[in-house]
Ligand binder design. Sequence first.
Ligand SMILES: [Zn+2]
Length: 86
Amino acid sequence: MTYLIEDEVIYITNKVLKNKEDICTCEKCKLDIVAISLNNLPPQYVVTEKGELYKRVNNMNIQFEIDITREVIKSIEKVNKKPRHK
Ligand SMILES: [Zn+2]
């Protein structure tokens, strides 16, 4: 039941990357950023049941978005330092 959190991470990744001109935004780097972010998110976000997460999103839990954004930014820095593409 992790697809919703994935959608949220992808959404935030795209949002953050839009404001970063010096970062590679190819599909490979984007997928890396999403994967690293998902790995680093607190487990309660990733393992949350579908209904529970719906509630969080519907309540527009600001902390939820802040946490994801923070992880996405960290992941972007990591991927940018060491891009896996040629
Ligand atoms: Zn790239």
